[in-house]
Design a protein around this ligand. Structure first.
Ligand code: PLP
Length: 360
């Protein structure tokens, strides 16, 4: 069997959900489980949070169908709303919490004949300019939706663009824009993603939407997950499958991009970009062999990558290699590769078997 596995600690996810809730006592929280729970496996994550989570949030109806099959009565928030008019019937059958983020969606929704009224989240474009209504349009739609037979509850939602950059002026503006429409009658309000849950109490409102923090990674460049009290959920582990000595001046890997500046020992690891390890990670990106830090050497291949073991002379074929996880924060690998923990976690591919710890 190929020695590569993603070990998912479900107890860590429960712990991280509790951290989010502790940041905002008395508020409720939709656990964001879109994109296969950021790569961790939606079935297992929903199972782990079954009793604990107040609700779940997903990106599309297909994901909502999956979560509803796993949890018969949880609140499930459809973050981008429906993509076609025909979807509203199914959204009603599933009893979803539905975002309305634009004119067409809102018009289609009001034209739909539904088997039951839905909880609706009217989305304000508070400054990110990706989805949502301007404040005047939101006021107009509020008037049309209030009392409509399709609406069981009328709520307000918006999303931050820069909450991960502490003190960013746009965050202040977005919060003000949100507060500005609170003279309208909304049953519930939701604004905070992980970064805002952790650092902006004024944005907590009624419902939190923790995503990345559930999985034990940080949304911040300058504040690590451990400092935030988060526990990494995914550990990606491979093995050394070959070792060799390389003379000064010899190259390693595709493109011969890495050359030995000293007599070197090179290890080959059973993980590559087809497993989700970032192909663009440069030489020097950290990995752990026998719990010791070593550096990526040369280009990442589809199924393998190579590391410099020169300073770890005892390393040998069969040794465990941690790509990221409990001993090496995914955020550190992401930073070295010029990306985010979000991307690395959600891109671990199907061919990497998941092994679960801490099931309830
Ligand atoms: C609308 C919305 N809310 C909440 C989240 C969760 O964000 P985070 O993973 O930063 O906590 C996302 C994630 O992209 C989102 O799109």
């Amino acid at each position: 069997m190929r020695p590569l596995v993603a070990t998912i600690d479900l107890a860590a996810i429960r712990h991280n959900y509790a951290v989010a809730k502790r940041c905002a006592p008395g508020r409720q929280a939709f656990a964001v489980v879109k994109a296969n729970a950021y790569g961790h496996g939606v079935r297992e994550v929903v199972g782990a949070l079954f009793e604990l989570a107040d609700g779940f949030a997903v990106a599309c109806l297909e994901e909502a169908v999956e979560v509803r099959a796993l949890h018969g009565d949880a609140r499930i928030l459809l973050l981008e709303g429906c993509f076609e008019a025909a979807e509203y019937q199914l959204a009603a059958q599933l009893g979803l919490d539905l975002v309305l983020q634009g004119e067409q969606q809102a018009a289609d929704f009001l034209a739909a004949k539904l088997s039951r009224p839905l909880k609706v989240w009217l989305k304000l474009d508070s400054g990110m300019h990706r989805l949502g209504f301007s404040a005047p349009a939101l006021r107009a739609w509020h008037g049309r939706l209030q009392g409509a037979m399709q609406v069981a509850e009328l709520n307000l939602i918006s999303h931050f663009a820069c909450a991960d950059e502490r003190g960013h002026e746009l965050t202040e503006q977005q919060l003000e824009a949100f507060l500005d429409v609170l003279d309208l009658d909304f049953a519930q309000r939701s604004l905070a993603n992980s970064a805002a849950i952790l650092t902006i109490p004024a944005a907590h409102m009624d419902w939190l939407r923790p995503g990345i923090m559930l999985y034990g990674a940080t949304p911040f460049a300058e504040l690590g997950a451990a400092e935030l009290g988060l526990v990494p959920a995914m550990t990606l582990t491979a093995q050394l499958i070959a070792c060799r000595d390389v003379a000064v001046g010899e190259s390693v890997g595709y493109g011969a991009s890495w050359r030995a500046a000293r007599p070197s020992r090179i290890g080959t690891v059973s993980c590559g970009y087809a497993d989700g390890y970032p192909r663009h990670a440069p030489s020097g990106t950290p990995l752990l062999v026998r719990g010791q830090r070593v550096a990526l050497a040369g280009r990442v291949s589809m199924d393998m990558l190579t590391v410099d073991l020169t300073d770890l002379p005892d390393a040998q074929v069969g040794d465990e290699v941690q790509l990221w996880g409990t001993q090496l924060p995914v955020d550190e690998v992401a930073q070295a590769a010029g990306t985010l923990g979000y991307e690395l976690l959600s891109k671990v591919t199907q061919r990497v078997p998941r092994r679960y710890l801490g099931a309830c």
